[in-house]
Design a binder for this molecule. Structure first.
Ligand SMILES: NC(=O)c1ccc[n+]([C@@H]2O[C@H](COP(=O)([O-])OP(=O)(O)OC[C@H]3O[C@@H](n4cnc5c(N)ncnc54)[C@H](O)[C@@H]3O)[C@@H](O)[C@H]2O)c1
Length: 369
């Protein structure tokens, strides 16, 4: 039986997604489409998947990040007819098996956040049934650039309505919402270091300043560092910035940004957060070698050479692991984009050449208002 709170929440989510409903109505029949999805599986995705099922698509749902899976969402979608293989906290081996099973299911199309399915598919080689993929993360696009592409991939991460809205405005807001709610701390009187000045880092920095933090930036690309300086941010090399920071946020899309070499530089009481796609921006193995315990849900304390350091949300995406992610009104546009993008994969996009293509404006523009 469905939990009444979940049912109430789902009804509320559905009510606030008019753009998605518009995009779903415009979809062609999806009969014969086998869509394998490696995406965040939480309640805001349900109306999209319900709509795709109603159009006749077969769905195989797995995650792109085991820490963001909500088991009630997966159970609900299984009841609606999707094949699912995802649960909160699945191990790396279990996740790798789920990707293999998704590929063995013989998908015709992929919906991805992070390119894990396509990376597994290209690693295993051999013939593929996949005709096209839709990718929505900067991390995924970077991985795509390393793959010998066998089908067209439509990038919606770099669209002004994804990067410029969700990445730029939503991640910062919702990261700090989650941090405040979970820790009962605010940023007043705190020095906040944001590592990485892409659209996500900018948004995190803007929101931190708006919430009272004194913010500075570490950025390894000198051109981006200069952009940050022109925007008025105090920019410092990472090794100089770390000893000053009360709260450190990684927002890079790169692995191993904070490692064992950095732990001695941290101030007592410093918080470490990650908002990048993967939980590998903060290197956890060396951190976990120090005595540690969970002191609050989503907060672990580490005794590092006599100083207490706090890790938020296990170094996984702070806003989605410890919080609820985007506002419904903003996410409505993101899922409308996913619905319209799926329509493109199975229509005009099907004849595109293998390679990375920006999702054309004509596909998403009708859903802006
Ligand atoms: N949490 C969320 O909900 C959410 C939403 C959207 C995107 N993301 C993820 O956030 C990450 C960043 O996205 P983006 O669009 O801003 O990417 P981006 O590539 O535009 O920006 C990342 C920046 O980090 C810098 N960088 C990389 N390694 C660094 C290092 N070691 N030290 C300092 N700077 C470094 C790069 O030079 C670049 O300027 C990606 O992993 C993306 O998938 C998360």
């Amino acid at each position: 039986m469905t939990n009444p709170e979940f049912a109430q929440d789902l009804a509320w989510v559905r009510t606030h997604m008019p753009k998605l409903q518009h995009a779903l109505q415009d979809l062609p029949s999806l009969a014969g489409v086998r869509l394998a999805c490696s995406v965040h599986l939480e309640i805001k995705m349900i109306p999209l998947f319900e709509g795709l099922l109603a159009r006749g698509a077969a769905l195989f749902l797995t995650t792109c990040n085991p820490t963001t899976v909500r088991d009630d969402t997966v159970a609900w979608l299984r009841q609606q007819g999707a094949d699912t293989e995802a649960w909160h906290g699945m191990t790396d081996d279990e996740y790798a098996a789920a990707l293999e099973h998704a590929l063995a299911w013989q998908p015709t199309h992929l919906l991805e956040m992070g390119a894990d399915l396509s990376t597994a598919l290209h690693k295993r080689g051999g013939p593929t049934t996949v005709r096209a993929s839709l990718e929505g993360t900067g991390s995924g696009i970077s991985r795509w650039q390393q793959l010998p592409l066998r089908y067209p991939v439509f990038n919606y991460d770099d669209l002004p309505i994804k990067e410029g809205l969700h990445n730029r405005h939503m991640v910062g807001l919702t990261t700090w919402q989650a941090f405040f709610e979970r820790t009962r701390l605010s940023l007043h009187g705190k020095r906040v270091l944001v590592i990485g000045f892409g659209s996500v880092g900018r948004g995190v920095a803007d929101a931190a300043r708006a919430f009272g933090g004194a913010v500075f930036i570490a950025e390894r690309d000198p051109a981006r560092a200069l952009e940050a300086a022109y925007a008025g941010w105090h920019v410092l090399p990472l090794s100089e910035a770390l000893p000053l920071a009360d709260v450190v946020v990684t927002a890079t899309g790169a692995g191993q940004v904070l490692t064992a070499a950095h732990w001695p530089l941290l101030r007592a009481g410093a918080f470490l957060l990650n908002v990048g796609h993967r939980a590998d921006e903060i290197e956890l193995e060396s951190l976990r070698a120090f005595p540690h315990e969970t002191v609050l849900p989503f907060v672990e304390a580490f005794a590092v050479d006599g100083r207490m350091i706090y890790l938020f949300a296990g170094g996984s995406m702070a806003n989605l692991t410890a919080g609820k992610g985007d506002s419904l009104n903003s996410f409505d546009l993101t899922v409308a984009l996913l619905a319209a993008g799926t329509g493109h994969l199975v229509s005009a996009g099907a004849s595109a050449a293998p390679g990375i293509h920006l999702l054309p404006r004509a596909v998403w523009e009708p859903y802006l208002s």
